[in-house]
Design a protein around this ligand. Structure first.
Ligand code: HEM
Length: 238
């Protein structure tokens, strides 16, 4: 009777786990994080999470200066995100850098959502969270996809600014205020899918356990004393 209940419960859990698994496993996303220390010793970081539809950027830089990251480039050129303002009062602008010394203009069509901006005055750092559609349809915006494995980046901030002499507005960074990075992406394992796998694993173990126990009972009835004795010696419990 108890075995019957266990097996029924196990089957129900297996049923729901199977229902749940395909949905969660379909959620494909990659994430990468990269950190930099400029020639002047300034810490900057970028994390990118790219799922099927959306790219999320978490940008960290000096809270006393504008700062920026440029994508898929190894020189001052192409698509970049410029964070202006100071502390947690920030704005974000898409801009296509034209070439060394020429930052171009803000794009006519801005496709960014600024989700959050925080300040960490103890470390003089700001963190800004942005989201953008992977494919904005704007010819000036690169398309990001979860099949990406890595991306060359550039970064910059005003290396002449200080906590006492801040600069919120894009300007020449100085030779010590710009640099080059590469971000590497790895798949994000969706939590619910791993949980579902765990549930599925335990369920299969339960089912096998239940079968064995029941199988043992049948054997004993069909094969009589000799086999019954064998089972008793092996498990010590039957
Ligand atoms: C008003 C804005 C800007 C001005 C006037 C400017 C100007 C310059 C100048 C004169 C150079 C050559 C000297 C040097 O290496 O420092 C340079 C190089 C560079 N800039 Fe900018 N820049 C601006 C914005 C940016 C931004 C927003 C970024 C990053 C997103 C950036 C990244 C770089 C990089 C990586 C180099 C080195 C390029 C190489 O060696 O190939 N710059 N910039």
């Amino acid at each position: 009777m108890i075995l019957h209940r266990v097996s029924l419960a196990a089957r129900l859990v297996a049923f729901f786990a199977l229902l749940w698994l395909p949905r969660t496993a379909a959620a494909v996303a990659v994430r990468g994080t990269v950190e930099a220390t400029s020639a002047e010793g300034q810490y900057l970081a970028l994390a990118m999470t790219i799922d099927d539809t959306t790219t999320r950027f978490e940008l960290t830089g000096p809270d006393y200066s504008w700062f920026a990251f440029g994508f898929d480039t190894t020189t001052m050129q192409g698509y970049s995100l410029i964070i202006e303002g100071l502390g947690d009062a920030r704005s974000a602008v898409e801009r296509n850098l034209v070439g060394i010394g020429n930052p171009g203009s803000p794009q006519a069509l801005q496709n960014l959502n600024l989700l959050d901006a925080t300040d960490d005055p103890d470390n003089a750092l700001s963190m800004v969270v942005l989201e953008r559609a992977n494919n904005t349809g704007d010819a000036n915006d690169p398309v990001f996809t979860p099949s990406m494995t890595s991306l060359d980046l550039i970064y910059a901030y005003d290396s002449f600014a200080t906590v006492d002499s801040p600069n919120p507005t894009l300007s020449y960074h100085g030779r010590g205020g710009r640099g080059f990075l590469t971000i590497t992406f790895a798949p994000v394992v969706p939590e619910p899918a791993s949980l579902a796998l765990l549930v599925l694993g335990s369920t299969v173990a339960l089912l096998i356990g239940g079968r064995r126990r029941r199988g043992g009972g049948d054997c004993r009835m069909q094969n009589g004393g000799a086999l019954n004795g064998l089972i008793t010696r092996r498990s010590g419990t039957v």
